[in-house]
Design a protein around this ligand. Structure first.
Ligand code: ARG
Length: 456
């Protein structure tokens, strides 16, 4: 492509070092869509006649079909997807192909392709988030009666419904989908026409190009447009955040699967055995996902670090955005897909979770609230129940086993009605503030989400 300026052939080490076709071939559809829009603008400007435009469009479509069919031969001497397609087009149609790169540089071309790609992948990622949300909601509905101890500090705290715990993740993934949607505003900006860095003396109708490609906005500074990869970093942050949420869900599931907890059982299809210990059934999907989140953070760091020292404008360093971007998209996409399937096959061991909720200490806060209802200050009530708890521990008894007379020694406000607190159903039913886990609230949330998420 630059043979005019050079006398010596490129070192084969450089050819291998500099190629990106092994990664960026996957931009081919977007590259071709961009070239078709650019060619139409060239025709409007009179650079191409309608016959040449027709040849270019037909040629590009044939190339697209060939790549899709796996029949296209990529050449690493041609570095990247942009030059591979252009060279092949010119080989096919001759001079018209050689006109395509008028008023365009690979710098604005690659910026365009990556933006189109990120736009498509954003939509796909949101669909996948909807799928995992749907699986969580379905699982919550299937086990809507299952109770669970809620934890802080991994110490049993207060009773909740299992579905409420799952719905917490539905909220997290909802924020992730929202973030991806908001980022589109910054992705969906059309950079073509910025040329190498200063536009072109051949002035094309950028609005016409943007309109063809469905862009909402046009970049306003040619130098910024060819060097901006903020949207890549932002996308990688969004994926890293999804990774954080998946990793936390992984941790919960790994704990729940242990013999010690025993709260859920994963299907055979979504667990692995041990080559040595025949009894093992391991939650590898969750462990791998917890592990892969590290790579998602690394990919974000990698792009931020690449960007931070770049002088204006395009520098070849920017080619290093592809590997982390593609890897994070593949990794997050695969994790969301497999998690949705795993959750669909997950069984809750309701007897075990109920047994775990029979720990009377889970009702300690409810006893304090009971005293508050009788006019005792919360701090005083907290201390009374603290002392009661110490009494239980010391005498090896539980709240329901303490006699009313003894209760009264701790606070005269206690009455027979205190014993009605130690029933999980009423303890849950009482938690009816917005966002709290009363069965009524949870049922309503499940049905709201079901409506919002639809069938998929
Ligand atoms: N493969 C390059 C990239 O991904 C395309 C742009 C190359 N531009 C250049 N001036 N060498 O960044």
């Amino acid at each position: 492509m630059w043979k005019g300026r050079f006398k010596e052939a490129t070192s084969s080490l450089l050819t291998n070092y500099g190629e990106s076709i092994s990664l960026d071939w996957r931009l081919y559809r977007h590259d071709i869509a961009g070239s078709c829009a650019h060619a139409r603008a060239l025709e409007r400007k009179g650079i191409l006649n309608s016959d040449e435009l027709g040849q270019i469009i037909d040629g590009l479509e044939a190339i697209e079909d060939e790549i899709t069919a796996g029949e296209f031969e990529f050449d690493i001497e041609l570095e990247d997807i942009h030059m591979n397609i252009e060279a092949n087009l010119t080989k096919r149609i001759g001079n018209a192909g050689a006109k395509l790169h008028t008023a365009r540089s690979r710098n604005d071309q690659v910026a365009l392709d990556v933006r189109l790609y990120c736009r498509d992948e954003t939509a796909r990622m949101v669909t996948r988030l909807r799928n995992i949300q749907r699986s969580l909601v379905n699982c919550g509905e299937k086990f809507s009666a299952a109770v669970l101890p809620g934890y802080t500090h991994l110490q049993r705290g207060q009773p909740i419904l299992f579905a409420h715990h799952l719905l917490a993740y539905v909220e997290m993934f909802e924020r992730d989908a929202g973030r991806l949607g908001h980022s589109l505003e910054r992705i969906n900006v059309m950079p073509l026409g910025s040329g190498a860095l200063a536009g072109s003396t051949i002035v094309l109708d950028r609005d016409f190009i943007a309109e063809q490609l469905g862009f909402k906005a046009i970049s306003q500074n040619s130098m910024d447009a060819v060097s901006d990869r903020d949207f890549v970093a932002e996308f990688l942050f969004n994926l890293a955040m999804i990774g954080t949420h998946l990793s936390r869900l992984s941790e919960d599931i790994i704990l729940w699967c242990t013999t010690e907890f025993g709260f859920v059982t994963l299907s055979d299809a979504h667990t692995t055995g041990s080559s040595l210990m025949p009894q093992k059934k391991n939650p590898d999907i969750a462990e791998l996902t917890r592990g892969k989140s590290g790579r998602l953070y690394g990919n974000l760091m990698s792009v931020l670090t690449t960007l931070k020292g770049l002088p204006m404008t395009y520098n070849r360093d920017l080619q290093e955005d592809k590997q982390p971007l593609f890897d994070s998209i593949d990794t997050t996409g695969a994790a969301l897909d497999i998690f949705a399937e795993m959750i669909d096959g997950m069984q809750v061991n309701e007897a075990t979770t109920r047994e775990a909720c029979s720990d009377p200490l889970l009702f300690a806060t409810d006893i304090a609230d009971y005293l508050v209802e009788k006019g005792v200050a919360f701090r005083t009530a907290h201390e009374v129940v603290g002392k009661l708890t110490a009494y239980c521990v010391e005498h090896g008894v539980a709240f329901p086993e303490i006699k009313l007379d003894t209760y009264k020694e701790f606070s005269p406000e206690f009455e027979e009605s205190v014993f009605s607190l130690f029933e999980i159903g009423s303890a849950l039913a009482a938690r009816k503030a917005i966002g709290a886990p009363s069965p009524e609230n949870v049922a309503e949330k499940l049905s709201c989400w079901k409506k919002k998420l639809g069938k998929g």
